[in-house]
Ligand binder design. Structure first.
Ligand SMILES: Cc1ncc(COP(=O)(O)O)c(C=O)c1O
Length: 390
């Protein structure tokens, strides 16, 4: 442990307007679904928010020099990525930002490529803007996933395909794409004039020998077809503060997106988001390293638990994100039905793989950014379910 932080003690989240804990009031529910952490954020961030609250005036807010510097320095220091201040567009969150980007770059009826299984809101944002989803399914083997470039090439060759949404690290399959993989995707998109939205919201949550490479840092030609979406929200558990950034190096692309962000009014920040981001990027690194270590220990514990007590299920390799992808195909139950049964019979709330595309059937997604006690209880409930049904 790099420095002592307490991730073990349960923080009571009931009655805090928590989406994860307060959406369903059945007694004793173990919620391991929506992607936020059960941990308190870094002490330095809490302190900065206290200070901001003590000021007592919460008027309209702009992005300050300190905000840009924190973002730029963090990416330079941690990801070896040089961002120009002019490239940055602040938005309230990534999903509203995605919606604005799609409006800026497409007209209804056009097509967007995603690599399934993938974050479910991509489907909604695409459909809500009158666009069509084109699936480029990932290939599953040996408890991990790789990309299907041949299929991607065919999909991108369709002139109606204008944009690809790339998820790196990938929710829910847990891959952190390598520079080679990213370049192959980039080359295909370059060849066919497809813009890449790189949703890199999980980029700080990467384990062991795996290394996050910002798509836009791969070289100028890739950079100029890219829109990168980042936020401290996942890594520092700040989703409720609503602060995110779109990083768009190409001037023409940025102007179009900027206009859509203005029209859709998704660029107006709040004072806590601004203070939270500055504190996270300037002072949160030690806490981040500790939380990553705890989460990865949770993952290892989960692998061992499954091997020992429920060998019917298998954990996919987790390279990044705190979303663990469990192969339940041997149970031979449709994932949506399995999710419902676990909720009804065991009061365990995990996400059915089918939420992330049809190829997610046979899998369940577990949010393991929780104390070991909660994780153990969740796993015990799954084990009890399996004993009962198999
Ligand atoms: C890949 C990905 N993008 C975006 C989001 C949501 O981002 P935001 O809350 O900033 O809209 C999530 C949340 O789980 C996610 O996994």
């Amino acid at each position: 442990m790099i420095q002592e932080y307490d991730f073990e003690t349960l923080v009571e989240r009931h009655d805090t307007a928590s989406c994860k804990w307060d959406s369903d009031h059945r007694r004793g529910l173990v919620p391991m679904w929506v992607a936020d952490m059960d941990f308190k954020t870094a002490p330095e961030i809490i302190e900065a928010l206290h200070e901001r609250a003590d000021h007592g005036v919460f008027g309209y807010t702009i992005l300050t020099d300190e905000y840009y510097e924190a973002l730029i320095n963090w990416n330079r220091r941690r990801h070896d990525w040089e961002i120009d201040r002019e490239w940055v567009i602040g938005v309230t969150a990534i999903v509203p930002g995605l919606s604005a980007i799609l409006r800026a770059l497409t007209v209804p009826g056009e097509k967007i490529v995603v690599q399934t299984p993938v974050y479910n809101c991509f489907f909604d944002v695409i459909a809500d803007n009158g666009l069509k989803v084109v699936h480029n399914p990932l290939k599953y083997h040996d408890l991990t996933y790789t990309m299907d470039y041949e299929d991607l090439e065919i999909k991108c060759a369709d002139p109606a395909v204008k944009v690809m949404i790339l998820c790196n690290p990938a929710n829910p399959v847990g891959r952190v794409w390598t520079p080679d993989e990213l370049k192959r995707v980039g080359d295909i998109c370059l060849k066919h004039g497809v813009t890449i939205i790189a949703d890199e919201i999980h980029c700080e949550l990467v384990y062991e020998e795996h290394h996050y490479t910002p798509f836009a840092s791969l070289g100028e030609k890739y950079r100029d077809i890219s829109i990168t979406c980042v936020s401290p929200s996942k890594a520092f558990n700040l989703a409720g503060l609503h602060v995110a950034n779109l990083i768009i190096p190409d001037n023409a692309l940025r102007e179009r997106v900027n206009r859509a962000v203005t029209i859709n009014r998704v660029g107006e920040m709040n004072p806590f988001g601004v203070s939270g981001l500055i504190a996270a990027y300037n002072c949160g690194e030690t806490w981040l390293m500790a939380v990553n270590e705890y989460i990865y220990d949770n993952y290892r514990f989960m692998v061992e638990f499954c091997e020992e007590f429920i060998p019917q299920v298998k954990m996919c390799r987790l390279e990044g994100t705190y979303l663990a992808w469990m192969d339940c195909s041997a149970l031979d139950i449709d994932s949506a039905y399995l999710g419902q049964l676990l909720l009804d019979e065991q009061a365990l709330w995990v996400n059915a793989g089918t939420m992330y595309g049809p190829d997610g059937n046979g899998f369940m997604r577990w949010n393991i950014a929780c104390s070991r006690v909660v994780l153990t209880e969740g796993l015990n409930r799954l084990a009890a379910f399996i004993r009962r049904h198999h």
